[in-house]
Design a protein around this ligand. Structure first.
Ligand SMILES: [Cu+2]
Length: 183
């Protein structure tokens, strides 16, 4: 029983990066498909991918798959020797390296018809401090029982919301480690 350590470690890493990670669904509402002439190049250019981001491929697994390939294989739509293959129809890929990440659909003809995407994590964005535009993490609600007599505005945003989110992440990560120690 219990999760494999690698899974737990992955969760911890994901949580630690939660504060600036984003999930990008490839193709947005259109998903990952060869129908409809979705322009994945255009889609990618509107995003700023960063380390820790999650790329989400959603598609009908009967008709499509996802293959991570090299640049030359991407250009040539060569699906003969992918670096990795995903085929669940609901794949999430954690971006852990900078540079280009090339994905194609390995079903014959699909890449040629445009089902290919280049996820580029810009190298110079490494130390860019991203001021958080996030809403505050969970605002704690006073425990039930006694009369709640807090004046309005008691839940104010003191300090940095990013800091509290980081603390939340650390707490969750710590609990994940705890769980892993006691399978
Ligand atoms: Cu396909």
């Amino acid at each position: 029983m219990g999760f494999p350590k690698s899974v737990v470690a992955g969760i911890v890493v994901a949580l630690l990066r939660l504060s600036d990670a984003a999930v990008y669904k490839v193709g947005d509402a259109g998903g990952w498909t060869s129908i409809g002439n979705l322009d994945y190049k255009q889609w990618a250019t509107t995003k700023t991918f960063q380390l820790g981001d999650i790329i989400h491929f959603e598609y009908n697994a009967q008709f499509h798959n996802v293959m991570r390939v090299t640049h030359s294989m991407y250009k040539a739509c060569n699906a003969s020797a992918p670096l990795a293959t995903y085929a669940t129809g609901n794949d999430t890929i954690n971006i852990t390296a900078k540079g280009h990440h090339y994905f194609i659909c390995g079903v014959p003809g699909h890449c040629q018809s445009g089902q290919k995407v280049d996820i580029n994590v810009l190298r110079e964005s490494e130390t860019a401090a991203t001021p958080s535009g996030m809403s505050p993490a969970s605002a704690s609600i006073p425990s039930a029982g006694g009369p709640v007599s807090s004046p309005s505005g008691a839940i104010s945003l003191k300090g940095s919301s990013k800091g509290s989110l980081t603390n939340l992440c650390l707490a969750m990560a710590a609990s994940a480690v705890f769980v892993s120690v006691f399978p």
